[in-house]
Ligand binder design. Structure first.
Ligand code: B12
Ligand code: SF4
Length: 455
């Protein structure tokens, strides 16, 4: 089986793109899925189109030539596309280009399937735009294991989680309950040297060789704007397994720094504390960055994290207005954000805070409170995101009709998937919103360049 990970819009046509300045995370989800299938006896390759596009200076034609080379050399029986909403348009582009190559060469097409976040959430819309033989709904390990063991594709429909053009019900596939049964990633399946080269991924101040690593899946919370727990089952590895995985990835990829991909390491606080205690006992051999919710930050936990090698924490503070935080269903208070920031300053832990603007009903007063919170908390790094109701979130479900009416082309899906839909949800005229956006971008520029921000 060949996995195809489509490219993202950002790198199309970009001839110069230094990795250190424009780093990105290696695609851990697909590598782990592919490793699982390989360990079960399947022959697996991954065509990482983002890497092929960047390596070919942004040329789509050259990246597709490289992909066709892989198809001819490997002759896959199944090609599986993995994508989130932001890459739906590019999955379609690659699908039709590769199908045309098979037709020109008069070769039999492999079974073409889709999987990952977008096909899971919107299987019918996916099939309307991309005529896959099937999409697979949910976590891929067990359904693909069954699929690759079939002696005829006619039996495809018997596998739970398989959704075809004739399906009426979107049923999720079987999952592996015990995450420790998912083998450690075999990073040789992709260009590990490329992703682990020194970059400013963690800090603008310092070059690090970084790899992503996940302790858990999904999220214990369900904020209205977020799709994080839209289908993965919440569970984590054992501390023993995870520590072994850190050592394994560090030696495979020659790194000593990790980005922990979990939604919040506070969701499995007890288990994560065990990981930290063991890291401290071993002399804290790794540096790492992780996400944490503001309501899960207390002095004892943050001290433990820092002593175990944590060099930066990412917090979604989202808004300085309690009214908007409540409307988002974020289940945190402005005071908790202030306390988390104060603790990071006290314990000398760098921290990244992210905010959402353009949320439903947002007024000038709400945005003034957001600006006040940013200035009061003085993060090391700041992100400002424009709100779009992403598929998989409660906000998408609640406003589906309005969103679906605004999303007609595949490129609209890219805008929605990149949280960049040109729709205004705040309670203010669009020119007023644009003024706020400019002023937040300026504040972000100053903070991220470590220039002073006056009160
Ligand atoms: C890590 C991460 C990132 C990382 C790295 C991604 C990478 N290279 O791996 C970075 C930071 C780059 C990132 C960026 C973005 N992300 Co992101 N990201 C995640 C996160 C937290 C974890 C992904 C992961 O590893 N999951 C764990 C693995 C096990 O799950 P998985 O990858 O989905 O794979 C499983 C199944 O989907 C399935 N599967 C996957 N592929 C295939 C293929 C086939 C053929 C089959 C059958 C099955 C299958 O099997 C796998 C194993 O069970 C998810 C949250 C989440 N819950 O998934 C968000 C998430 C996927 N991201 C999201 C978003 C919105 C974004 C951004 C748009 C944010 C932004 N504004 O910039 C960008 C998009 C960038 C781009 N252009 O592609 C949304 C997607 C919602 C949607 N409808 O598309 C999610 C769900 C979180 C959220 N905010 O709501 N992201
Ligand atoms: S915003 Fe964070 S805490 Fe809320 S559901 Fe998403 S990942 Fe979980």
């Amino acid at each position: 089986m060949l996995f195809i990970i489509p490219w993202s819009e950002y790198y199309i046509g970009r001839s110069e793109c230094d990795f250190a300045q424009n780093p990105e995370r290696a695609p851990e989800g697909v590598v782990r899925l592919a490793t699982y299938l390989k360990n079960n006896g399947a022959e697996i390759r991954i065509a990482d189109m983002q890497y092929l596009l960047r390596k070919n200076c942004g040329s789509i034609a050259a990246a597709v030539d490289a992909l066709w080379g892989i198809c001819l050399d490997f002759t896959p029986e199944v090609i599986g596309f993995s994508f989130l909403t932001a890459r739906f348009e590019f999955a379609s582009d690659i699908f039709f280009k590769i199908k045309a190559r098979y037709a020109e060469a008069a070769l039999t097409l492999p079974l073409l399937i889709g999987g990952g976040v977008h096909p899971t959430l919107l299987p019918s819309i996916t099939l309307r735009h991309i005529p896959f033989d099937a999409v697979i709904i949910g976590e891929g390990e067990r359904p693909l294991e069954h699929l690759l063991a079939l002696d005829s594709w006619d039996k495809l429909g018997k596998i739970p989680g398989v959704f075809t053009a004739n399906s009426t019900v979107a049923e999720h596939g079987e999952i592996l309950e015990d995450l420790d049964k998912v083998p450690m990633p075999e990073w040789d399946l992709i260009a590990k040297e490329y992703y682990s080269q020194p970059s400013y991924l963690l800090s603008g101040k310092r070059l690090d060789r970084v790899m992503p690593i996940s302790f858990s899946r999904s999220c214990a919370y369900r904020c209205n704007f977020c799709a994080h727990n839209c289908f993965l089952k919440a569970r984590c590895h054992s501390a023993e397994y995870f520590l072994e995985m850190m050592d394994d990835v560090a030696s495979q990829c020659n790194v000593d720094t990790f980005i922990i991909q979990d939604s919040s390491i506070g969701n499995f606080k007890k288990e994560w504390s065990k990981v930290c205690q063991e890291l401290i006992r071993r002399g804290s051999p790794y540096k790492w960055w992780a996400n944490l919710r503001a309501n899960q930050a207390d002095e004892e936990f943050l001290t433990l994290l820092r002593n175990a090698g944590c060099i930066k924490l990412f917090f979604g503070f989202e808004s300085g207005s309690q009214r908007i935080l409540d409307r988002m269903g974020k289940s945190i208070t402005v005071e908790q954000c202030e306390q988390a920031a104060d603790l990071c300053h006290k314990l000398d832990i760098d921290f990244y805070t992210s905010y959402i603007i353009n949320y439903f009903g947002e007024t000038d007063e709400d945005l003034e409170l957001t600006e006040k919170l940013i200035r009061r908390t003085r993060p090391t790094t700041l992100a400002i995101n424009r709100f779009s109701p992403i598929p998989g979130s409660k906000d998408y479900e609640l406003h589906k009709e309005e969103i679906d009416a605004a999303v007609t082309t595949l490129h609209d899906w890219t805008n929605l998937g990149m949280l960049n839909l040109p729709l205004h949800f705040g309670n203010m005229p669009s020119d007023r919103y644009a003024q706020w956006e400019r002023s937040f971008r300026e504040l972000k520029r100053k903070i991220n360049r470590h220039e002073g921000i006056d009160d």
